[in-house]
Design a protein. Structure first.
Lengths: 112, 112
């Protein structure tokens, strides 16, 4: 069966510090991968998606970037965090572009 | 107008009650529809897909009305464990990836 992992589970970082969140998927090949953010009191917003290694598309302009160095690895990064980057970051995967998406356990980021 | 709108809630019901959630979406080209459940500070988990013919999974029944761009979820015989936030989710058609748009969610609390 497929599983999705994210780490760290929680993170507290000062403004201006860098960020690296990791997501890995097991039990499937060539998944579509997604990064979402859920800010406090708001709905989930798609940040990035990837249909293959090295293929990243950004949904909204922001202070973040994403990379996919391996088939089942998806990384979310920032060079300098802003207060507004605080939120619950969720990685998701799907078998196909129109398939159901399954979420990882998430990383709760607080920027202070 | 938001792309996906849900009942504002919160809903507070006794065990055994029947509760219904409604959702409307604005993009008539939307092609896939889902209900996700999210427990406090956890990732969303897929509850069920929603099909035009309506579908049932145990105590849960989902309905879709494409003409009215309306989705519903009915929960019968509510359990304490049904307490969660229910997210109405729509997948846009005509894109090369599975873009999910989430409603704000409706909070359900089932009490003894």
């Amino acid at each position: 069966s497929q599983t999705i992992h994210q780490w760290p589970a929680t993170l507290v970082q000062p403004v201006g510090s860098p960020l690296s969140l990791e997501c890995t998927v097991e039990g499937t090949s060539n998944p579509n991968l997604y990064w979402y953010r859920q800010a406090a009191g708001r709905g989930l917003q798609l940040l990035f998606y990837s249909v293959g290694i090295g293929q990243i598309s950004s949904e909204v302009p922001q202070n973040l970037s994403a990379s996919r160095p391996q088939d089942r690895q998806f990384i979310l990064s920032s060079k300098k965090l802003l207060l507004s980057d605080s939120g619950f970051y969720l990685c998701a995967w799907s078998v196909s572009t129109q398939g159901r998406q399954y979420f990882g356990p998430g990383t709760r980021l607080t920027v202070t | 107008r938001k792309e996906v709108e849900q009942d504002p809630g919160p809903f507070n019901v006794p065990e055994g009650a029947t509760v219904a959630f409604n959702c409307t979406y604005s993009n008539s080209a939307s092609q896939s529809f889902f209900w996700y459940r999210q427990d406090c500070r956890k990732e969303p988990k897929l509850l069920m897909s929603v099909y035009s013919s309506g579908n049932e999974d145990g105590r849960f029944t989902a309905q879709l009305n494409r003409a009215s761009q309306y989705i519903s979820l009915l929960i019968r015989d509510s359990k304490l464990s049904d307490s969660a936030t229910y997210l109405c989710v729509v997948m846009a058609g005509g894109t090369s990836y599975g873009k999910l748009t989430f409603g704000q969610g409706t909070i359900l609390t089932v009490h003894p």
